[in-house]
Design a protein around this ligand. Structure first.
Ligand code: 13P
Ligand code: 13P
Ligand code: MG
Ligand code: MG
Ligand code: MG
Ligand code: MG
Length: 371
């Protein structure tokens, strides 16, 4: 029997500014989801936060893209938005870009990662939650987990995963996708996903012959681009991901290992800057310095045979990640000293959806031709 894990998130108001979620928003979302659990719509849930983003983690039997589950998430966000408005929170309802729910939450503002899976005898799962960055921020770590033998020892020494994996990559500009096989097409994959603002890993699948059926994802990432929905900058598309671990998949520690390197991502202040992503426990997921630096939280779960969420375990709450945090602060200092200069500030093409064009417009009449 299959169960579905859905992680649906939205920024519906920051406290203060864009720094964190007010606890009353979490309580409101919990009430809505508790009601749905009682009615049997969902099996289990947990409401988490990362920075100013409210994260609904749910298990259920309704498959991906279920109107009922998406409608439930929408309702939780709407109810919490009312509370956010009452408290005068910053950007209340920020990510709810449409007025009325019409069957699928995709393209309405919230970010979504969902997978329908056949539970293994034991099903260890990690949900990742990022703030102040974009979906492409997962390209490097997910590549490392499932394709880099220097990260994942299992690719070399475990016969159950030695054959590699399949990556589904989306071109988010042209709305196209391609499936690439690793290790055979490793270089093609990197040619695409290195351009992380355009090509994003959407899902990873096992190959033929793996213990897990080849059409069942082993990792899925949210890829929603808010500006493409709203037509202008309304906050970055702070992404989430779900990754399964162990037994023919990367071990838990191989899933976490890429984050020991605080790689550069875009987002941070006004969604307009490059900076390091800092792996943090939940209590440290409140970005304040220059509205950052970007954060990533990892929550560990075992899924019970009935689909209950046994967790969360706050996986970056480990002194072994202190050095990554220290390094991230050092990189943050270094990047900040560039002020408004690239490559701290994003390149022009990525600034197109920010407030910068409004400034440049005013200078237009002042330009004159040069010989
Ligand atoms: P155990 O021997 O503790 O099960 O660990 C196996 C493993 O996969 C560690 O990475
Ligand atoms: P969020 O995307 O987290 O709302 O941040 C927006 C922003 O402009 C931060 O400076
Ligand atoms: Mg915000
Ligand atoms: Mg955010
Ligand atoms: Mg946001
Ligand atoms: Mg954002």
């Amino acid at each position: 029997e299959k169960i579905t894990i859905s992680v649906i998130k939205a920024d519906i108001g920051g406290w203060p500014g864009h720094s964190r979620v007010h606890p009353q928003l979490v309580e409101t979302a919990e009430e809505v989801l508790a009601g749905a659990k009682e009615k049997g719509t969902i099996i289990d849930f947990y409401v988490a936060t990362c920075g100013d983003d409210l994260q609904l983690i749910m298990t259920h039997g309704k498959g991906v893209d279920s109107p009922e589950i998406h409608g439930l998430a929408w309702k939780a966000f709407e109810e919490a938005t009312k509370v956010a408005r009452g408290l005068g929170l910053y950007g209340a309802g920020q990510d709810l870009l449409k007025d009325a729910f019409s069957g699928n939450i995709r393209g309405m503002g919230p970010g979504i990662a969902e997978m329908e899976i056949t539970l293994r005898k034991s099903e260890p799962v990690v949900t990742f939650h990022m703030d102040k960055t974009e979906p492409g921020a997962f390209n490097l770590p997910v590549f490392r987990m499932f394709a880099d033998p220097f990260n994942t020892a299992g690719l070399v020494i475990d016969p159950n995963m030695h054959m590699g994996f399949r990556f589904e990559v989306w071109d988010i500009k042209e709305h196209k996708r391609v499936i690439l096989n690793t290790p055979e097409e490793l270089y093609d994959l990197l040619a695409l996903i290195g351009a992380k603002s355009r090509y994003v890993i959407k899902r990873v699948f096992p190959k033929e012959g793996h213990k897990i059926p080849k059409d069942e994802p082993v990792a899925v990432i949210s890829t929603e681009k808010l500006y493409q929905i709203a037509g202008e900058y309304v906050g970055k598309d702070d992404p989430v991901a779900i990754v399964r671990a162990q037994s023919g998949l990367p071990a838990l520690g191989e899933v976490l290992e890429p984050f020991a390197f605080p790689h550069l991502v875009s987002g941070w202040m006004r969604g307009s800057h490059n900076g390091p992503v800092m792996p943090v426990p939940m209590r440290m997921a409140n970005p304040t310095r220059f509205d950052g630096p970007p954060r990533v939280v990892a929550l560990g779960w075992q899924i019970s045979p009935e689909g209950r969420l046994v967790g969360p375990v706050d996986l970056f709450d480990d002194p072994a990640f202190d050095e990554a945090r220290r390094k991230a602060i050092e990189i943050a200092d270094y990047m900040r000293r560039h002020g408004p200069f690239e490559p701290h500030r994003l390149p022009m093409e990525d600034m197109e959806y920010t407030t910068l064009p409004g400034v440049l417009e005013r200078l237009e009449g002042r330009f004159e031709p040069v010989e």
